[in-house]
Ligand binder design. Structure first.
Ligand code: AMP
Length: 193
């Protein structure tokens, strides 16, 4: 299928912390001419700039807890507004059923629809190994062991229920996130229309 066909396309990537969402999101956005919207990156930008949102988000992020839905949805809405034809790769959003419903509404308002929800699945031991490596390399303040555990727990409780949400709508694509970056990328592109 030709990348960047010009019509609307919205792909979302879900997966536990360390599943490789960020890496795959960057590759997919490039290959399919999609704008990458990473709520984690956007929030880290707010923290760095010291905005009001950044100040509110920082302590939650440092504890591995989620930032409230209304703040996240407003942030995403401002990115989608004025995009014209929506071509987006959503990385780390939605993370809760409330955000998923808000996304459906936002896309409806823009005359767009979700193309697919890709769920990256990786063994928990492998996740911890990857996250500890990332903590050493990038020095992210939310990558120490206790916080990693908490983020996984938050993922299980608040984000996993989205699998059902998208499965019921015929949008869920489960993809193994094990193996090399190239292998995972090929698997993802293989499930996209
Ligand atoms: P990430 O880089 O996607 O792992 O996000 C880092 C942190 O930012 C998360 O642990 C949350 O505290 C916050 N965050 C990112 N995206 C969201 C979201 N969609 N909803 C709530 N909190 C988020």
């Amino acid at each position: 299928m030709p990348a960047g066909g010009g019509g609307s396309e919205v792909v979302l990537l879900m997966g536990p912390p360390g599943a490789g969402k960020g890496t795959q999101a960057a590759l997919l956005a490039e290959a399919r001419d999609l704008r990458k919207l990473s709520t984690g990156d956007m929030l880290r930008g707010h923290v760095e700039r010291g905005t009001e949102l950044g100040v509110r988000a920082k302590s939650l992020m440092d504890r591995g807890q989620l930032v409230p839905d209304e703040l996240i949805v407003a942030m995403v809405k401002s990115e989608l507004d004025g995009m014209g034809t929506v071509r987006a790769l959503l990385d780390g959003f939605p993370r809760t059923p409330g955000q998923a419903e808000a996304l459906d509404e936002l896309l409806g308002d823009e005359g767009a629809a979700l193309t697919a929800a890709v769920a990256l699945e990786v063994d928990e031991d492998e996740l911890v190994r990857r996250l500890e490596g990332r903590a050493r390399q990038e020095g992210r303040s939310d990558d120490n062991e206790a916080i990693i555990r908490n983020r996984m727990e938050v993922y299980r409780k608040q984000t996993r229920p989205l699998f059902d949400y998208y499965e019921q709508r015929g949008k869920l694509e489960r993809v193994s996130g094990m193996g090399s970056v190239d292998d995972v990328f090929e698997r993802i592109t293989g499930v996209l229309p």
